[in-house]
Design a protein around this ligand. Structure first.
Ligand code: MN
Length: 347
């Protein structure tokens, strides 16, 4: 299969070729490169960062991945994840300021970098943004954005292929497969199509092990996490003519089961498993601080991103999220349900 076969029928390709030419130009003059991604990184964020990291190392660059949040343990098996740095201003401020290029992955708003944002803004480095979220804010020197992509990993695959052809290393293949698998909900979400499977198949040809990767990501939860999911499901509520399914995870449920915040990662998808449900809501009261996290999922033509935006949240049409930092649980649930009800009634 040639490079273009994997990118065929894709209106994004021409744009990508042009942008990758620009990236190539700035790479030629650069040595110190930083890669970063959003707070609470998911599989797409970590997998994309690692794939780009391995690629840049292979072309002899000095590369650091510096993230505001720690890497979730779930992804610690990926090669190179042990080198991901957990940001502190003291340790990494100077390094970021003196970088030649900063790659920002899988986000469309600098606020998702928290305190790293202002240092990046004051850096002389060229900023390259690679992302697939809707309605990006413009802040980078080069922006490679494909809102039709399943994942940032899919875009990184195309970018790396445009540089060196699509023969890629096992490390990069595993990272990219993880990125694509997790952000497509294990090849179930809307943007899963034949083209995505062709990329996945190619990554398997290049050394990614789909059985092992599935097992590591989806089949390795703790007993406590399973118990928490059980409680969430046992207490789920169908609302608004059974079109909405609500999971609420309270602080008490965390302490009763012994589960931790990271265990909730894949719960949101399960809200949509019920026949007839169009919107799934997962509300999580974080165990250790005053913060309510809400993940929204939808089927059909309901934009949960629009609902999330009412609370300064964001994301994708069918998968979005928001956070609330004050008020009591019951009141906040009511506020969220009010907005969900409007969206469901209007549809
Ligand atoms: Mn993503």
């Amino acid at each position: 299969m040639t490079d273009t076969d994997l990118m065929n029928n894709d209106k994004f390709v021409l744009e990508l070729i042009e942008k990758s030419e620009k990236v190539k130009q700035i790479l030629d003059d650069s040595k110190k490169i930083i890669i970063t991604t959003h707070i609470n990184p998911d599989g797409d964020a970590i997998g994309s960062a690692l794939a780009l990291y391995h690629f840049l190392l292979s072309i002899d660059k000095d590369v650091w991945i510096i993230n505001y949040s720690e890497t979730p343990k779930l992804y610690a098996f990926l090669e190179g994840s042990e080198n991901i740095l957990h940001f502190t201003l003291m340790e990494h401020g100077k390094l970021i300021e003196s970088a030649d290029i900063i790659f920002i992955l899988d986000l469309n708003d600098l606020s998702r970098l928290r305190e790293m944002a202002s240092i990046i803004e004051s850096s002389q480095a060229k900023i390259v943004l690679i992302d697939h979220h809707l309605e990006p804010k413009s802040f980078a020197d080069i922006e490679i954005i494909d809102t039709d992509a399943s994942s940032t990993g899919e875009i990184i695959f195309k970018l790396i292929s445009s540089f060196q052809g699509n023969k890629i290393s096992k490390q990069i293949s595993e990272s990219l497969y993880t990125a694509i698998m997790t952000d497509s909900g294990n090849f179930r979400f809307q943007r899963t199509d034949a083209a995505l499977f062709r990329i996945a198949a190619h990554l398997i040809d290049c050394g990614a092990d789909p059985v092992m990767l599935y097992d590591r990501i989806y089949n390795t939860v703790s007993f406590a996490a399973m118990a928490l999911l059980g409680e969430a499901m046992a207490n789920a509520k169908l609302l608004f003519n059974d079109r909405v399914n609500l999971f609420v995870i309270t602080r008490e449920m965390f302490s009763r089961t012994g589960a931790i915040e990271a265990d909730v990662e894949n719960f949101a998808e399960k809200t949509l498993m019920v026949d007839g449900v169009e919107v799934g809501i997962l509300i999580t009261q974080l165990p250790d601080r005053d913060e309510l996290r809400c993940s929204l999922r939808s089927k059909a033509n309901i934009s949960v991103r629009e609902i999330a935006s009412k609370f300064s949240g964001g994301g994708h049409f069918h998968a979005a999220g928001l956070r609330i930092y004050s008020g009591n649980l019951e009141e906040n649930i009511k506020k969220i349900l009010t907005e969900v009800e409007k969206a469901v009634i209007n549809f």
